[in-house]
Ligand binder design. Sequence first.
Ligand SMILES: *Cc1c(COP(=O)(O)O)cnc(C)c1O
Length: 413
Amino acid sequence: MNTGEIAALQKEHLMPTYAPGIALVEGSGSFVWDAEGKEYLDFVSGIAVTNIGHCHPKMVHAVQDQVETLVHVSNLYYNEKQPVLAKSLAQHAGMPGAKCFFANSGAEANEGLIKLARLWGSEHGKYEIITMRQSFHGRTLATLTATGQDKVKTGFGPLPEGFAYANFNDIESIKGVITPKTAAVLVEALQGEGGVIPADSEFMSDLRKLCDEEGILLLCDEVQAGMGRTGKWFGFQNYDVQPDAFSLAKGLGNGFPIGAIVAGEKLADVFQPGHHATTFGGTPLACAAAQAVVDVIEQEDLLMNTQMMGAYLAEGLCEIALKHKKWIECVRGFGLLLGLVLDVPAAELQKKLQEKGLLALATAGNVLRLLPPLNVKQEEVEQALTLIGEACEELHEEMAAQSPNPCQCGMGE
Ligand SMILES: *Cc1c(COP(=O)(O)O)cnc(C)c1O
């Protein structure tokens, strides 16, 4: 089928929740190809999912071997892949006493995290979860309520009770909403959907202190920032803090659906038999995929590559931003979760880049979000920077031409 045929079939048979433009049919490493055979450098990575690139041979073999051996047995039986994977996640988190619960998506992992915090607090009548404005935590009823963006909530009420909202990077704002019913504060160390906004170091350490003083939990949503994306195993490791528990999904399975809750000692044994469950969570197949991801990140030193390529990409983006400082504000983020912050909607730039063969994301209106795989090569970053430079140049000229008086809108020279 060509793209037009696929689009027509989709229009007829799928709910119109998404509005894709191109049909992708194949991927390898940092590249994908569409139904017409056009090649794209993929700096979206399926939204921070294919962190070790498309069809990494180690992942392909791990999944092939496992699919021939055992796919699913349910959690009624031991499955050695789960504790082995859980142990390595806890070790990489620097939380040796931590225990995991495996789920199937980010929303489900966060839903479990919310339940865990509520069960922990239930003895003392604490159930409220404080989340940040502009945060994103998923689309189930509880997680969309936790999400600090009104646009995902409209029309879905009544929403579950027990959530309060504070301003990100504003410790006073958090203090202002803590009540005797507060069980936890849930934060992303680096907000992805919110526009690639990192937490301030001071905010994170103040928050850890505040939670300890108030006897409430600090929870991190690591669904997007986790699994090496920021150049550390987990986003919170960019700060000198440790959460009481955190959630994972996206990059954990490199595209094989798997999510997880990783809970430190305080929460490790709060869920007892009957408290929480899932049929699919942590199947031998999902765990084989995730274990391959962990092994590849370790063996190929991808945290180092993420730091180096992230710095290289950020530097190139800064040069572009400087050149267009009238309409590009700054570059922000960690590792390979970077945002080019514009003064204009990012959709235009994203579209131009796609035409040129670079996939990127427009986020929070005016942010171009770049998420290459963690094993991206320097020449691929260079190629992306060339395309972004060209696209910005073109956009600059178009904006200048559209404006009757370029000087007034600040676009002309
Ligand atoms: C994507 C995302 C989620 C939701 O994950 P799903 O797998 O889409 O349910 C939750 N939190 C954050 C920070 C995310 O980026």
